[in-house]
Design a protein around this ligand. Structure first.
Ligand code: NAP
Length: 280
C-alpha cells in the first residue's frame, strides 16, 4: 500500500465572524480558493456575539490571523477597534474585510466592490441615469456608496420606514420617497436591498408589481437564494436585464481573496462552485 502523503500544513489562518453564523458560504469560497491556487492557508467560521467582538479583535492582533471577513451584526461596530478604514468602508460606513497593511489592522468594504463589479461590466452598454434603491439597511448603504462611485447622480431611496430612507438619502445626496410611492419612480436601474423574495416565508414576495418593468430596465437583486427571485423573474419576463445576488456575492468574495493574497480567483469557477452548493 502506498504511504499516505503528508498533508500540507496551513501557514496562514483566515476566518469570518458574525452572529449567528449558520449559513455562511465564505469558508467554502475561500478554502476552495486556497486549494485552487495552491496556497497553504485555512479559513474558519468564528461565531462571535456582539459582547465578544472587542476580545475577538484583540485575538486577531495576538494570533497569526492574516485576514477576517466581517458579517452581520459587526460591520459597523468593528470600526472603532481598527487602525484605519478604506475610503470605500468610510463611504459605506461599514467594514466587511480586515487586512493587515504595514502592521496596521485595516478595514475594507468589498460589498461595495462586489455590488459595483457587474454594473461596471455593463456600464458602456447601459445608459443608467436614475436608480431606485428599495431598502435602507446595511446593504443599501454599500449600494448607495457604489452608485456614487459609478457617478449615477439621480438616486431615489424607498424604504418601509421613511425616516430611515431619509437618513440614508441625506448622506448620499439622494432623494427619499415613501414606500407606497416607489412604483411612481421611473428608474432605469432598480436595486432590491430588502429580504423580499428570499427563500423562506418571503419567497413569494416582490418589492415591485410585475407591471413596473419596461424593456431596457435593469433589475438588480442582492438576494442570492433563490438565484432568480420573483423580482428578477418578473423583470426578465418583461425583457428587462437582470443581475442576481450571487454575482455580487462572488465578486465581493473574490475581492476579499485578492486583498489577502494578491491573487485573482477565476470568477466563472467561483460562480459554478457557489451555484452548485446553493441550488443543487
Ligand atoms: P437589513 O440591514 O436588515 O435591512 C433590511 C431592509 O429591508 C430594511 O430597509 C427593511 O426596512 C427592509 N425590509 C425588511 N423586510 C421588509 C418587508 N417585508 N417589506 C419591505 N421592506 C422590508 O438587511 P441588509 O443587511 O441590508 O440585507 C438586505 C438584503 O441584501 C438581504 O436579502 C441580504 O441577504 C442581501 N445581501 C446580499 C449580499 C450579497 O453579497 N449578495 C450582501 C449583503 C446583503 P425597515 O428599515 O423598514 O425595517
Amino acid at each position: 500500500m502506498p504511504e499516505p502523503s503528508a498533508p500540507a500544513i496551513p501557514e496562514k489562518l483566515y476566518g469570518v465572524i458574525g452572529h449567528p453564523l449558520t449559513q455562511t458560504l465564505s469558508p467554502l469560497l475561500h478554502n476552495w480558493g486556497f486549494a485552487r491556487l495552491g496556497i497553504h492557508a485555512a479559513y474558519l467560521a468564528f461565531p462571535t456575539p456582539p459582547e465578544r467582538l472587542e476580545a475577538f479583535i484583540r485575538a486577531v492582533r495576538a494570533l497569526p490571523i492574516a485576514g477576517v471577513s466581517i458579517t452581520i451584526p459587526h460591520k459597523e461596530a468593528v470600526m472603532p477597534f481598527l487602525d484605519g478604514v478604506s475610503d470605500a468602508a468610510k463611504a459605506a460606513s461599514a467594514v466587511n474585510t480586515l487586512v493587515w497593511e504595514d502592521g496596521r489592522l485595516m478595514g475594507h468594504n468589498t460589498d461595495l466592490t462586489g455590488f459595483v463589479a457587474p454594473l461596471l461590466e455593463r456600464l458602456e452598454s447601459l445608459a443608467l441615469k436614475r436608480a431606485l434603491v428599495l431598502g435602507a439597511g446595511g446593504a443599501a448603504k454599500a449600494v448607495l456608496a457604489g452608485l456614487e462611485q459609478l457617478g449615477i447622480a439621480d438616486v431615489v431611496v424607498a424604504n418601509r420606514s421613511l425616516e430611515r430612507a431619509e437618513k440614508l438619502a441625506a448622506r448620499f445626496n439622494a432623494r427619499a420617497v415613501a414606500w407606497e410611492e416607489r412604483v411612481d419612480v421611473c428608474a432605469d436601474l432598480v436595486v432590491n436591498a430588502t429580504p423580499m423574495g428570499m427563500t423562506g416565508k418571503a419567497l413569494d414576495e416582490s418589492p415591485l408589481p410585475p407591471g413596473y418593468w419596461k424593456p431596457g430596465h435593469v433589475a438588480y437583486d442582492l438576494i442570492y437564494n433563490p438565484r432568480e427571485t420573483l423580482f428578477l423573474r418578473q423583470a426578465r419576463e418583461a425583457n428587462a436585464q437582470t443581475i442576481d445576488g450571487l454575482t455580487m456575492f462572488a465578486a465581493q468574495g473574490a475581492a476579499q481573496f485578492k486583498l489577502w493574497t494578491g491573487r485573482d480567483l477565476p470568477l466563472d469557477e467561483v460562480h459554478e462552485l457557489l451555484a452548485r452548493t446553493l441550488y443543487t
